[in-house]
Design a protein around this ligand. Structure first.
Ligand SMILES: CC(C)(COP(=O)(O)OP(=O)(O)OC[C@H]1O[C@@H](n2cnc3c(N)ncnc32)[C@H](O)[C@@H]1OP(=O)(O)O)[C@@H](O)C(=O)NCCC(=O)NCCS
Length: 264
């Protein structure tokens, strides 16, 4: 045996008789494979750590109550839920769906935030307060978004396949808002607290109410020109038109009568 091989016991069956022999296997191949796997694991953990760092930074930047990185990392349930998600998402991507779900459900039990491991979440997400946040399986979230407590990125129950919304970059979804369906919320858009969004909202808008409507676009107020209370009465309009016609006919008749009398 030389230094590049190691001994291995191998069992064979020869003419119905079990034989035992020692074979030499190349050592280098084994260590190379192990090294490759360790390198892959290190890269994945470095990626996850980098993403968690970005989440902590986002919390420090956007939550005025956050006083230090240590406080955010140790005490913010949104950051804990995201850290668990970032690990669970990798597990899900590598085919360990059950283990990934188990991890996400454990995180939900601890933080009150449910993020499906298959959801796609960008960098620098702030989940403020967090309790009651639900992010569905086919939801997608861009970079630098903010979600407050009680937000649901869910489905209506009518769609199959892609059922959950896609948020662009820098989107803010206020406390208690529900965004339901497989549509897009454009970049830099704000969804007001308690709104229920059922259709696509373009970028740079503010949407409020149930069902949510755009009230601001590019910072300018959008007037809702449909007055639901002072709707014109179509019967009254028709009567007014008939009255106008009658008046013009009466005027014409009066002219005809006048001309007739003149001729006499
Ligand atoms: C929507 C929001 C982001 C403000 O966005 P904005 O672009 O600055 O909009 P404005 O404040 O100018 O409001 C625009 C209109 O929407 C109305 N509006 C604002 N928030 C609303 C809400 N949650 N529900 C209903 N209407 C709302 C305003 O009264 C205003 O109406 P008006 O023009 O008739 O006066 C903010 O009101 C909001 O809801 N933030 C959520 C924050 C949150 O969840 N915090 C929880 C911390 S724990």
């Amino acid at each position: 045996m030389n230094q590049t091989t190691s001994k291995k016991i191998q069992y064979d069956w020869v003419d119905g008789v079990r034989t035992v022999r020692t074979v030499e296997v190349p050592k280098k191949k084994k260590t190379d494979e192990l090294k490759k796997q360790l390198k892959q694991i290190k890269t994945v953990w470095a990626e996850i750590a980098d993403e968690i760092k970005a989440d902590v930074k986002a919390t420090r930047q956007r939550d005025p109550a956050a006083k230090s990185d240590a406080e955010v990392l140790l005490l913010y349930s949104g950051v804990h839920a995201l850290a668990a998600y970032r690990v669970a998402h990798r597990m899900h991507q590598n085919g360990h769906a059950f283990a990934a779900r188990a991890l996400s459900q454990t995180a939900r039990f601890i933080t009150g935030i449910e993020i499906h491991p298959a959801a796609k979440i960008g960098r620098g997400l702030l989940i403020d307060h967090g309790m009651g946040v639900v992010i569905g399986e086919t939801a997608e979230i861009g970079d630098n978004c903010t979600l407050y407590q009680g937000v649901t990125l869910g489905g209506t129950g009518k769609d199959v396949g892609k059922r959950h919304p896609t948020l662009g970059n820098n989107v803010m979804v206020g406390a208690g808002a529900k965004v339901l369906g497989p549509f897009t919320i454009g970049d830099n858009t704000k969804i007001a607290a308690n709104a229920v969004v059922l259709v696509e909202i373009p970028e740079n808008c503010t949407a409020v109410g149930i069902p949510a409507k755009v009230v601001k676009r590019e910072g300018i107020r959008v007037d809702d020109d449909l007055d639901q209370i002072h709707v014109p009465d179509p019967v009254a309009q028709q009567i007014r038109r008939l009255e106008e016609k009658l008046a013009s006919l009466e005027a014409e008749l009066a002219d005809v009568k006048k001309n007739k009398e003149k001729k006499k």
